[in-house]
Ligand binder design. Structure first.
Ligand SMILES: [Fe+2]
Ligand SMILES: [Fe+2]
Length: 279
């Protein structure tokens, strides 16, 4: 069973290396990505002399600075490792579901995430970096690991549906994919496609969660409590250590000025579909 928190240990630089994430992170650590050695594109001059042309990584640094490259890498790496977690989480619940249609949601969901993981990896490689030749841990966000650990340890399906399909995918990832894909398609060319498929995963979650909530009042009471927990998490996450990074990303045009209110609105809209919050 894969859980990133179990796979890795934090380094002393890991927190300071971070910029943003599937909605989040902290301060950049410019030294981290500088340490990786970017391959440069080589072309031949008329005389046959090898010349290098700037990679996308170089272009990002030149246009926005080192912090922007750290942000782009933090986004890609945290999305990539989140996908691995989601694949395993889907696999954990396949044997527990009895309804064939609901089993198929998990298979479809996991299959999409395999593709997304590959797309996120290719996004890093497109920058001109070699995947295995830089330290990924420095860009990882502990909060994401902690939330996945919480979901892995839960035997309550409504908690997993709210925490994964609705909150992690339907709120945090969707807003981030939407804004980055629209504002910086040159750095995130596949994000619009991925966003469409994340909408499907949210739909799977809504369908199953509605059934569970309608079947049992106690499940509904627990659902309301989980929803409160994630509502508080959202405030602490975006308004806490992330606020500085989001402000920087707004200033550089990576995300819109109302990124935080829009994410809050998406939370309310998503959870209200289950009747867990009143809008
Ligand atoms: Fe995905
Ligand atoms: Fe997903």
């Amino acid at each position: 069973m894969r859980c990133s928190a179990r796979r890795r240990s934090s380094t002393s630089c890991s927190r300071s290396a971070r910029t943003t994430s599937p909605a989040g992170s902290s301060k950049p650590c410019p030294s981290t990505s500088r340490r990786s050695s970017p391959p440069r594109r080589h072309i031949r001059s008329e005389g046959g002399t090898a010349m290098s042309t700037p990679t996308l990584k170089d272009e990002i640094i030149e246009k926005h600075g080192q912090n922007a490259l750290d942000l782009v890498l933090t986004v890609y790496l945290n999305f990539y490792y989140s996908e691995l977690e989601i694949i395993d989480l889907c696999a954990r619940w396949i044997p527990r579901r009895e309804d064939l249609r609901e089993k198929s949601y998990l298979l479809h969901h996991a299959s999409d995430e395999v593709v997304h993981a590959r797309l996120f990896k290719e996004g890093v490689e497109r920058l001109g970096l070699v995947w295995d030749e830089f330290d990924h841990d420095k860009y990882r966000i502990d909060d994401i690991d902690q939330r996945f650990r919480r979901l892995f340890e839960s035997d309550d399906e409504i908690e997993v549906l709210i925490g994964l399909n609705l909150y992690a995918e339907g709120v945090l990832a969707m807003e981030e994919l939407h804004q980055l894909g629209r504002n910086k398609p040159e750095y995130f060319p596949e994000f619009a496609r991925i966003e469409r498929e994340e909408r499907r995963h949210m739909g799977f979650g809504l369908t199953v969660a509605k059934r569970l909530l309608d079947e049992d009042e106690d499940t509904r009471r627990r659902g309301i409590e989980y929803c409160k927990w994630y509502s508080e998490h959202l405030e602490n996450y975006l308004g806490g250590e992330l606020s500085q990074t989001i402000s920087w990303a707004i200033g550089q045009g990576f995300v819109e000025a109302d990124y935080i209110p829009r994410t809050r609105a998406r939370f309310d809209e998503t959870m209200s579909k289950l009747g867990l919050v009143e809008v």
